[in-house]
Design a protein around this ligand. Structure first.
Ligand code: PLP
Length: 237
């Protein structure tokens, strides 16, 4: 067994254990394997270990891999910051976008989503810790952006995503995750189709699962450390 397959298995076992600990249903937490900076061969290894959902941050890099792996039954998630000149590529190649943070981007994605494809699943990125280094809307701006997305064709509002501020101890993010859970429940009470709360990465995901995360985005723990290059820091913005 190669090491990616082993790590997938380990992460899945950990997810099962943490779900039990917090009385979550086993299948209520979906693992998104974050493959940014990693070659298509690594994605194929994870796929052969049963992984189907993959997250990418950089449009050009992602599309090259999506093309290479077009025979695979993969659900692709775009999780990086979105420049408006990249919305067409995102709308045409991904099933999910986790990082919508303004109305202009939502409108472009709706216009550019091909009519023959199912609606693009959209999450609103929330800057829960008011961190200068992170994109995302403020918590009080969620309702307005949700209303805009809900009125657009070809995209469907499914929930919220966050990346908490970097903390020296991952447990320090627990209160940010709890704040996200409150926002999520509020949004869910307004929009019946809202079912997705995307939060938690390699270092902090158990705290996110404790606070109701339904998707966790794991890179390092599945694929190993990323090698940073000047062009591509491999880290969330
Ligand atoms: C890179 C990245 C991840 C995965 O980070 P790891 O710490 O490697 O698990 C998750 N979410 C986003 C938005 C990212 O950019």
């Amino acid at each position: 067994m190669n090491s990616i397959a082993e790590r997938i298995k380990e992460v899945r076992n950990e997810i099962a254990r943490v779900c039990e600990q917090y009385q979550r249903k086993q299948n209520s937490v979906k693992l998104i394997a974050v493959s940014k900076t990693k070659p298509a061969a690594d994605i194929a290894s994870a796929y052969h270990a049963g992984q189907r959902d993959f997250g990418e941050n950089y449009v050009q890099e992602a599309i090259a891999k999506i093309m290479q792996l077009s025979e695979y039954d993969i659900t692709w998630h775009f999780i990086g910051p979105i420049q408006s000149n990249k919305t067409r590529d995102i709308a045409e190649h991904f099933a999910w976008v986790h990082s919508v943070d303004r109305a202009k981007i939502a409108r472009r994605l709706a216009q550019q989503r091909p009519a023959e494809m199912p609606p693009l699943n959209v999450l609103i990125q929330v800057n829960i810790d008011d961190d200068q280094a992170k994109s995302g809307v403020a918590p009080e701006e969620v309702a307005e952006l949700a209303a805009v997305i809900n009125d657009l064709p070809q995209i469907q509002l499914r929930g919220l995503m966050t990346i908490p501020a970097v903390q020296s101890e991952p447990s320090a993010s627990a209160s940010s995750f709890a704040a996200m859970q409150r926002l999520f429940l509020e949004l869910q009470s307004q929009y019946k189709q809202v079912d997705t709360l995307s939060m938690g990465m390699s270092a902090d995901w158990p705290y996110a699962v404790a606070a109701g995360a339904t998707m966790i985005r794991i890179g390092t723990a599945v694929f190993g450390a990323r090698v940073n290059t000047p062009k591509n820091t491999g880290d969330p913005a």
